[in-house]
Design a protein around this ligand. Structure first.
Ligand code: SAM
Length: 555
């Protein structure tokens, strides 16, 4: 019988779930999603149409639906992972145009604080890992204030937090989509979540290379044409495969799962007025309206040319599509089909977002576009899910297993760690380069030993806000060396005094003077966690290979 630690039964929650892009990817990465929450009627209707009843979908406002209410409904008060995309409109870089990301309007936008409801669930369910997905604007909004707040508040809950940018194109999504991920790992879970995501294993190297790989087999339509449900054009599909080769076939069959969809749905083009249609016809493939005008085309629409030079854009077959956004529900002017005189259909947008063809959108077209544009591409979510699964599997050591440690030397006590670190604190930063390799390594391992909650990846992205209070997990270190406790950078949690050492560690890591396992020294981190948690130390026996042969760290 699987226990809650066996890989088969890893569980998750999806908050602000939308139509379920994140859930779909997590389920494909073999997570069991116990519940998904969103307050939007169409989102929950679409979610329910696509997932089994075992994944409970609740239409609830997360600002009013507390974690204990969810726990009572699903009969579980802990999960392995919580994922979610608190709404991002408040952070969107698009809104920087109208200054909405700056000044007093920032304070009035309540949606920006929705991440706190997400963190309430983290505090209550204590997942081992959480992942927040958001737009890139999260980093820059209000000069980074929210980016710092999300990370600082998660760290205060006992999570090691790291922010990384996800580039969907490298994961097989035929789209220019960059999103901010904020990943938290509970401090007592050893190891550092790897920086770069790899494409989902199911896809192999059959990634979509461009827009046409995802939509080239779909039937032609005029603007305003198409039905909510229709037959595929199987002849056209075969022609497409013949032209594009096996890779295209594999992508459509493996990622978009065309064979699982009995009929084609949501391939219905929106109507456009005659003037727009004439202007679309003036665009060459891959061109926006400003470029067409620059080569002498005269567009009919009236607009302020300095602001809206790219009012229309015709996508290119052999390039990545522009980012599919929820704004598609308002108009499709930036998403003109590469060869047909109309904007993309919801099914085309869904395919570019890597939703499989069987995924149903049983709601009106404007809602379809909004749900699709808001979603995490399932293929991205799957890559994230697989990475978390691998990470948790490696971090879950069966009780009494002897873990061989190959990194040496590791400190045995906090006093010893501080002793190894102190000489570097007293040096002028410019002289750190001259520290002998072994002395530097000892000091770097000492940091991992002392601070399970700090991530090397966030050491240099600390923002400007500094906290001077000595608190939380730093308090014990303060008694030995006060500088190691405060001041610290609010965003990353790194004590200010360690910043030059982290910079030097990065330099040595990049020049390969520090190996991967030394830079992300989870062994030193694990030794520190066991030192502070006698209970965990009893469960795992750590054996220092290579260091006084077989001496246990407890012994
Ligand atoms: C960016 S979308 C999330 C998309 C989702 N991660 C996916 O992959 O499909 C944000 C969602 O948050 C929902 N939302 C906004 N405020 C909410 C609230 N107070 N309570 C619950 N859901 C909310 C919206 O309805 C929207 O579906």
């Amino acid at each position: 019988m699987p226990t809650d630690k066996t890989p088969q039964s890893l569980t998750c929650l999806d908050l602000f779930c939308g139509c379920g892009g994140f859930t779909l990817g997590m389920e494909r990465a073999r997570f069991r999603c116990l519940a998904a929450i969103d307050f939007n009627k169409e989102a929950i209707a679409t979610f329910k149409a696509n997932f089994s009843k075992e994944t409970r979908a609740f239409r609830k406002d997360l600002s009013r639906f507390s974690p204990d209410k969810l726990a009572a409904k699903i009969g579980v008060n802990t999960v392995d992972v919580i994922v979610g995309g608190p709404p991002c409109q408040g952070f969107s870089t698009v809104r920087q145009v109208d200054a909405a990301n700056h000044g007093p309007r920032v304070r009035r936008d309540k949606r920006r604080y929705l991440f706190r409801y997400f963190l309430d669930y983290v505090a209550a369910f204590r997942p081992r890992v959480f992942v927040i997905e958001n737009v890139m604007g999260l980093q820059s909004a209000a000069k980074g204030k929210f980016f710092t707040l999300v990370q600082a508040e998660a760290r205060n809950l006992g999570y090691r937090v790291q922010a990384q940018v996800e580039e969907a194109r490298f994961l097989g999504v035929p789209q220019k989509r960059r999103r901010q991920l904020v990943i938290g790992v509970r401090n007592d879970v050893p190891g550092y979540f790897a920086g770069e995501l790899r494409p989902a294993s199911r896809v192999g190297d059959h990634l979509a290379r461009n827009l046409w790989d995802a939509i080239g087999d779909l039937p032609e339509l005029l603007a305003g044409e198409g039905n909510e449900e229709t037959d595929y054009d199987l002849l056209l599909r075969e022609v497409f495969f013949a032209e594009r080769g096996e890779k295209a076939r594999h992508y459509l069959q493996t990622v978009l799962e065309i064979d699982r969809a009995p009929r084609l749905t949501a391939h219905r083009a929106r109507p456009h007025n005659e003037k727009d249609l004439r202007d679309f016809a003036r665009l060459r493939e891959g061109e926006h309206s400003g470029e067409a005008e620059a080569r002498g085309e005269k567009m009919e629409f009236l607009y302020k040319r300095s602001c809206f030079k790219d009012r229309y854009k015709r996508q290119h077959r052999e390039e990545l599509c522009s980012t599919i956004v929820a704004h598609l529900s308002k108009d499709g002017l930036m998403f003109i089909h590469p060869t047909q005189n109309r904007s993309l259909t919801p099914r085309e947008a869904a395919r570019i977002q890597t939703f499989p063809d069987w995924f149903a959108f049983p709601v009106a077209r404007t809602h379809q576009f909004r749900l699709i544009g808001n979603a995490v591409p399932p293929l991205v979510a799957e890559a994230v899910g697989e990475e978390i699964r691998d990470f948790l599997t490696a971090a879950t050591q069966p009780a009494n297993q002897v873990i061989p440690f190959e990194i040496a030397p590791l400190p045995a006590t906090e006093e010893q760690a501080v002793e190894w670190l102190r000489p570097l604190l007293d040096m002028p930063p410019t002289t750190l380069r001259r520290v002998a390799p072994d002395d530097f390594k000892r000091a770097w391992f000492a940091i991992a030993f002392l601070y399970a909650g700090l991530h090397p990846d966030s050491a240099l992205d600390h923002g400007e806000a500094i906290c001077r209070k000595c608190e939380g997990e730093y308090a014990p270190v303060a008694a030995i060396e006060p500088r190691l406790s405060a001041p610290y950078y609010e965003r990353s949690g790194w004590p200010v005094v360690l910043a030059p050492i982290a910079r030097e560690a990065w330099r040595r890591y990049r020049s390969q003077a520090l190996a991967e396992a030394e830079f992300y020294c989870s062994e030193a981190q694990m030794a520190g966690i066991c030192y502070r948690s006698p209970q965990l130390a009893e469960e795992v026996r750590i054996q220092r290979v290579d260091f006084n042969s077989t001496k246990d760290i407890q012994g």
